[in-house]
Design a protein around this ligand. Sequence first.
Ligand code: SAM
Length: 481
Amino acid sequence: MEKIIDEKQQGNALVMEPKAGNGKKLMIESYGCQMNFSDSEIVASILAKEGFDTTQSLEEADLVLINTCSIRDKAEQTVRKRLEKYNAVKKINPGMKVGVLGCMAERLKAKFLEEEKIVDLVVGPDAYKDLPNLIHEVEEGRNAVNVILSKEETYGDISPVRLQSNGVSAFVSITRGCDNMCTFCVVPFTRGRERSRDPQSIMEEVNDLAAKGFKEITLLGQNVDSYLWYGGGLKKDFKNASEIQKATATNFAGLLRMVAEAHPKMRIRFSTSNPQDMTLDVIEAMAKYPNICKYIHLPVQSGSNRILKEMNRLHTREEYFELIDNIRRLMPDCAISQDMITGFPTETEEDHQDTLSLMEYVKYDFGFMFAYSERPGTMAARKMEDDVPEEVKKRRLTEIVNLQQQHSHYRTKQFVGKTVEVLIEKESKKSDAHWSGRTTQNTVAVFPKENYKVGDFVMVKINDCTSATLIGEAVGYSENQ
Ligand code: SAM
């Protein structure tokens, strides 16, 4: 399954510290990518100012917000099922109002109100600052919709409330929207054009997290390598910027260096990278700063040049290999992960074999693989027939999942016998006597708790592994502690 989607978190109701408020209770559930979870923290911050307290109980909620995902049909069906559950609860709690946020709200707009009678409020990803007004409308008995996409909105001025945080890791959003127009992907339609957040507001948020004791941040965007700040505005309008704006612009490598230098003891991660936009200076910055984690999520989607072209991925298999070779040359210990789609329209057995051989070349540490799901409005849906039979998509998916599992195991085995730094995040799922954390490569490691605590940087000697987890014992604090 998709790594950026933590399945255990899907649909979790997130809560913040209670404060004296307006007496109203908000429940906010999030589905989809990290960006959605990060957006829910912005929404919670906006509504905390309005006096809302959060709850995890539907039965006592005055307002339920569901932050939704449209990336595949299945993600939308999950949300629809959840709305059925809300409907049942509404019989016990008739005053409860329901709002739909995020990508499904943007995709379906006011149609949502017709299709799902329970929904009172529909708000797209760029309209969260309007929530207080929209909620007021709903309280007056009217339905409310705002799905306007913005050229400027980055929520840079909003300090997110950290929901269900372990106090160790946090997301920091750096770009919104996407300009890449991959033909399979609904994101450009649901999240709008690409814009970057002011580095100063990013730094303020990171400084604040560091002051609160956070040890790891993940810079978030649909395509972080495309980050470009030149004083505000859309990425696509950079060409019209003044000479001085161009000369003083900050790109992603510049931002990475800025954050890494300001907080040398903080782990810096980022997601997601797009091969067509990842430049050598980003890899050089990663290699230079030990606190930038040695892990790149580098979706490729297919190993076939013909399919990459049909997907409008704007790079070839050979260019992708060149990028991989550069990463390995500058950072031999860097982990790399993929997203892959099987059964894109017209995909042949030969194309599928190309995907398998690309995987053999890279031997990814992790992978997140999906059967193609046609999304309404995308270029592929408009121009291509979804012609690969479902059972063929599934069979190819099983083949790449199995190969990935072998490669993941190959990668974890390389750690056995080594001693690696682990940042402790939480108790292990399988044993309350063990901690669970991650290495710089993002590999999960578990080890006996002893006297260590969450947030500690610990050196762990790896004695054993599965395909997804390293098993070891602590040998002391790391020098980062
Ligand atoms: N922005 C990233 C990129 O450029 O690759 C990833 C965005 S998306 C939220 C995460 C993954 O979902 C994609 O990398 C892709 O593998 C998968 N995905 C997107 N659209 C899909 C579709 N129509 N059917 C199946 N999987 C899809």
